[in-house]
Design a protein around this ligand. Sequence first.
Ligand code: HEC
Length: 195
Amino acid sequence: MARRRGPGLGLVAALVAVAAAGCRERAAPVAPPAGEDLARGRGVVAELKKQLVGRLTAELASGIPGAIAVCNTEAPAIAAGLSVDGVEVGRATRKPRNPANRAAGWTAEALTRFEKMVTDGRDLAGASFSRRLPDGRTAYAEPLVVQPMCLACHGAQLAPDVTAALAERYPQDEATGYQAGDLRGLVWVELPAAP
Ligand code: HEC
């Protein structure tokens, strides 16, 4: 998500300008996302989850190292397949296997929200995060929770051939040591602004 970035100098300059104006003027409120955008975001997230789990289940049946190879190319391919008509979709986490998936910008904020739910003892099932971005696009995310089938590649103890296959492709892998039920990250979607 090339567009994702933290508060830049432009924002700092704007804040300074507002402060200089004695805070007399407030930024125009950003309208919340429209219901139909949220429904569309939910649909894209559901489709990504369905396709990924489907491919993983099929590939795990024929061996984990092979499934890793598939995951390596297919997860981005599935996301790319769903990223049409100005929609962008992907996964983000604090502990990435693929460094490109490290949460930043609004996805890091969404993760903070989900992490707070976990510390507060609230159920992540059905949880979501949404927001209208400053450029008018709609941001939508749902948490990804570790299931038993994920542990073969993200758990605390991996088979030696899995460790070897991961080390070959992901020398900076941080995405192990999880237990079933842990918050692993999120699926994010950005939808285009209404014309
Ligand atoms: C066969 C091994 C395997 C299994 C099983 C597996 N994953 Fe992964 N996972 C990977 C690989 C490989 C990547 C890196 C993909 C890439 O390069 O984009 C990854 C990446 C991810 C990411 C993206 C963030 C990151 O760390 O790069 C998330 C989120 C994720 N997995 C969650 C899950 C969940 C949830 C499950 C269970 C439903 C699961 N995985 C099962 C191998 C696996």
